[in-house]
Design a protein around this ligand. Sequence first.
Ligand code: NAP
Length: 284
Amino acid sequence: MTARVLDGKRVAASVLDGVRARVEQCRTHGVHATLAVVLVGEDPASAIYVRNKGKRAAEVGIRTLDEHLPASTTTEALLELVERLNRTPDVDGILVQLPLPAGVETERVLLAIDPAKDVDGFHPDNLGRLMIGQPRFVPCTPQGCMLLLAEADVPLRGRRALVIGRSNIVGRPMAQLLLHADATVIMAHSRTADLRAEVEAADIVVAAVGRPELVRGAWIKPGAVVIDVGMNRLPDGRLVGDVEYAAAAERAAAITPVPGGVGPMTIACLLANVALAAERRVPA
Ligand code: NAP
């Protein structure tokens, strides 16, 4: 079997088409969807992410407000900025690019974001809502994974889904979404006794670890669907996922490539969340 490749670029482009239309619709009601992007310091990877988000946002008609602060910024100063953005009525979404420099209290800053503007979906209020099945904003990467699973056209109900990784931004919300879709969800992490056995039993595997090719292709159950969230830069410059792609693609029914799988979906889903926030501002 050779897996169907789930093309994140193509699916993301269609998500972005939808976002563009929604943003235009908001504008007809006098609402211009706006995302405030807070970047602290000079981390080169963060600067690239922020630039890409700004570019994609502009392509779909979303306005971005860039707030670039020096690495020496204190927690208090950042909290003040977040409070100001919370109070600005025409800011729909606030994104604080992580990681923040050492010395800044990340948790306090993220907690200060108004949950109604938390388009990343990282605020405990939003994660709690997701858990009880009443999401306000779904975190972007897991949301993107769900759209790719829909694209693969796999039924989730009653299927055994394995999520590897339990971070608050990927693994845990991913497991919740699969649970809401009636999958039987297993979560694996660094203390899991036999990862291979868990993978071998899974109909759906979502790998969100950050270890190059941790999941060997030979472990994949024939016909399983594989979503690889991992993005790992090798010493030779290549970007690889958490799954041994070529060997896994021999066995899986469908698989996401790295790059070009989950990555493009994350940004598309972020902008979809901004559109959602703007729609909530449209007068009834
Ligand atoms: P994270 O916070 O570092 O969490 C990694 C998780 O992997 C932890 O729960 C950890 O378990 C688990 N883990 C570590 N070693 C393991 C092992 N040997 N076996 C099983 N589980 C193991 O990472 P994250 O933020 O969730 O990101 C995960 C990966 O996704 C990274 O490569 C990141 O770059 C990528 N990512 C991609 C996108 C995208 O848009 N494509 C977005 C976000 C993240 P413990 O909890 O026990 O420590």
